[in-house]
Design a protein around this ligand. Structure first.
Ligand SMILES: *Cc1c(COP(=O)(O)O)cnc(C)c1O
Length: 437
């Protein structure tokens, strides 16, 4: 694979003698990560205004910069301020706006930690933070409080304590490696962690959350895939936020993982000005499934400090789901979740499809706006119910009953009416039907 013109320009600027095989070496990429604005401007050959440089620099002091040369090369310099790659990687002065409701650790990951490196929130699964190193510092990081914080890199002894906690708690059947990025660990170290976890009988599956296929796709080497294969089932969740990120290099990395038998999922964060658009989201999920990646979660942006400019109303997420459900393949649709502040976990949010309900009928609406009914069974004996209905003494006094004709949803619910659906007059499917006859 040849390098793009921008990639040629960046590599020559970093090191005139560097070769394209060095460009594809993840350690070379890491060694040459962009950590300051001067380098950013030089490599991309762009000029920030003095005002921009000052404002971006101030934000970078609080929340540091790190961008791989590869990810940098995806920035479209023609329209830099609206570029999704730029917006996810370059600091904005808006990060310094701490608004009411912002929290340093909204998900209470630190307080829900019974052992070093472990967050234990759900009964049968835990988060194990094995790395604090990332190839790229996402501006929307939920763990922004830790970004660039060298002294929180877990020591081997801390990881061992975390693994011991998992070993001592037989209800844990699913372990999620996160960080930082677990794929930035050296191969043999990752192999060691996976071997330790595989040695625990009650650990059924291991999951790894990584952004390397997006920001450092050359990290997916055949040796890494062989390690994952050895310890299967290992599921990998990655983090694409925009279809622009699914480049040929990213597709190759995903292909290697999928060919290695690794089931792939994707977690997207809903970000204002980046992907808060039904059409962008649809393009993203279609491109993901074409590359054997199942969209898993769409996250409402967390309440971490410095993210206020990325947040959308929840309604934007609902609108996006409304434009996906029914309109495209079921497995293209992620579950939209709000990770509850205070550690309540992920809460799914959906458009409402259940419009109304009586004792024997459900009224539903579909993605087209057609309202329909589902008739429930006439007789149904629940296996077990402790409600004492024999003593129920609810009485209906008919004298005050409403005698008007049932219309709308109420009509669909009525036992003496044969109507099964209400169809909007502009429904295209029904118009087609009429023209056929
Ligand atoms: C997200 C998360 C999990 C995994 O949740 P799933 O819904 O099973 O993907 C587990 N533990 C913590 C602390 C999490 O934040």
């Amino acid at each position: 694979m040849t390098l793009s013109a921008t990639q040629e320009q960046i590599i020559n600027c970093i090191d005139n003698n560097a070769t394209s095989s060095q460009w594809k070496d993840w350690k070379w990429q890491m060694r040459h990560s962009i950590k300051d604005l001067e380098t950013f401007e030089a490599l991309l050959d762009v000029k920030l205004s003095d005002k921009q440089r000052k404002a971006f620099g101030k934000a970078a002091k609080k929340f540091p910069i790190s961008i791989t040369p590869y990810y940098l090369s995806l920035i479209n310099t023609e329209d830099i301020e609206n570029d999704p790659v730029f917006l996810q990687s370059v600091p904005s002065p808006l990060e310094l706006n701490i608004v009411k409701g912002d929290m340093s650790d909204p998900l209470h990951e630190d307080s829900d930690s019974p052992a070093p490196c472990v967050t234990h929130r759900y009964p049968d699964r835990v988060l194990l933070l094995v790395s604090n190193v990332c190839p790229m510092y996402c501006r929307h990081c939920t763990r922004k409080r830790k970004v660039g914080d060298e002294d929180t890199i877990p020591k081997r002894s801390a990881i061992e304590q975390g693994i011991r906690y998992i070993r001592n708690n037989p209800q844990i059947r699913d372990v999620l490696l996160s960080g930082g990025d677990p794929f930035l660990l050296p191969d043999d170290y990752l192999d060691w962690i996976l071997s330790e976890l595989r040695g625990i009988e009650h650990v059924e599956i291991i999951r790894i959350g990584t952004r390397t296929p997006v920001v450092l796709p050359c990290r997916i080497t055949s040796n890494l895939v062989a390690i994952l294969k050895k310890h299967q089932p290992v599921w990998v969740n990655t983090h694409f936020n925009h279809s622009r990120e699914i480049t040929q290099s990213a597709r190759n990395a995903l292909g290697m993982l999928a060919d290695g038998g690794v089931p792939l999922g994707n977690q997207t964060v809903l970000l204002s000005g980046i992907n808060d658009c039904p059409r962008i989201m649809k393009a993203l999920v279609h491109k993901l499934v074409k590359n054997r990646v199942r969209p898993y979660y769409l996250y409402q942006c967390d309440l971490s400090e410095g993210l206020s400019h990325f947040r959308t109303p929840v309604g934007k997420g609902i609108e996006i789901l409304e434009s996906l459900i029914g309109h495209t393949s079921g497995f293209c649709v992620p579950t939209y979740v709000i990770d509850a502040p205070g550690g309540g976990g992920k809460i799914p949010v959906m458009p409402n499809y259940l419009i109304s309900w009586s004792t024997n009928k459900v009224v539903l609406r579909n993605y087209e706006g057609v309202i329909t009914t589902y008739k429930e069974p006439d007789s149904y004996e629940p296996t077990f119910c402790d409600r004492d209905c024999d003593s129920c003494d609810l009485l209906l006094k008919l004298e005050d009953a409403d005698e008007s004709k049932a219309i709308g949803i109420e009509q669909l619910l009525a036992d003496d009416d044969q109507t099964i659906s209400l169809v909007p007059s502009s429904n295209a499917r029904h118009s087609r039907r009429k023209s056929e006859t």
